[in-house]
Design a protein around this ligand. Sequence first.
Ligand code: PLP
Length: 360
Amino acid sequence: MPPDSHVKLFIPGPVEVRPQILAAQARPMIGHRSPEYADLHARIVPKLRPVFGTAGRVFIVTASGSGVQEAAVRNCVRHQCLCLVNGAFGARWHQVALANGKRADALEAPWGTAIRPEQVDERLQAGNYDAITLVFNETSTGLLNPLPEIAAVVCQYPQLLFLVDAVSAAGGVEIRADEWGVDVCLTSSQKALALPPGLALCSVSDRAMARAESVPNRGWYFDFLQYEKYAAKNHTPATPAISLMQALDAQLDAITVEGWGTRFARHRRLMQQVHAWLQMNGFDFFAEAGYRSPTVTAARNTRGVDIGALNAHLRQRGMLISDGYGALKGQTFRIAHMGDVTEEEILDLLEAIREFVEKE
Ligand code: PLP
């Protein structure tokens, strides 16, 4: 296959972006202090609220999701935070907190096992934390942590700010940040929102803003107070990725036409489609039953398939999946079913995988 041929991405980010959305990035450039920009910004913010389930503020940040992981701890941790870790991205957030000079403990559960609310409660009773971090959907293991149940525990501790990474969930799984008491809920553009990478989006509660006022050394680029000040004029403190915002604007319109509920239901159906195929073809799951992700499935490679060779086969057919994350390479493989992907596309992918595994 020629090197510039289109390979459809079934990897857990960046995901496939539809041509109409890619084309929206090519609109003529506008100045970021112009009325046209303020209109664009003002149009996007209300359309983003359903992503997080909030009636409150949403910030548009030119960074990838990791930037807002950093922002959340810089703005919201004054004393010490507890990081819930059951996969690579939970561990990363803990590292991000430490790297920002924050005191941070990790509560660990085995990878592939959900964080249980009782564990969280026990740890919170014993500690003296003012913030807690949770990765809703662990992309490394294909596991959806029980966010509403953990939220019910967290809200018993009024001094705690609840910081949630919804990077590979937002846009594919319903989030109710206001109802669940999530103070910062963050995501990246290149996952279930099916946009190119480069934008991070987050909902931020009044409580989080009040905390930020009392936290020293928040830095400048990710300072929520700066974001708030500029958001009042529908601006951002620094020059934003305007082309990506044009794509975001177009994509949110398309999602509104699809309907958020319909979109979430489609993600569940795609998950079931992939699950049924894996079971029928002798594969197991890495994540425990009851907590498997609606956006990405990590299959246990129980048939010992050579994932590199499988991907070479898929690439010939214009498709790509993902190997296991880090130490899980070879032991698992991951199929992303998030974004704008359809049942027909998943069917084609699964058929191409079947061709390969039956040959082996
Ligand atoms: N959190 C989760 C759950 C992720 O899956 C990722 C990336 O895959 C990140 C954080 C980091 O996001 P980004 O690559 O946008 O910085």
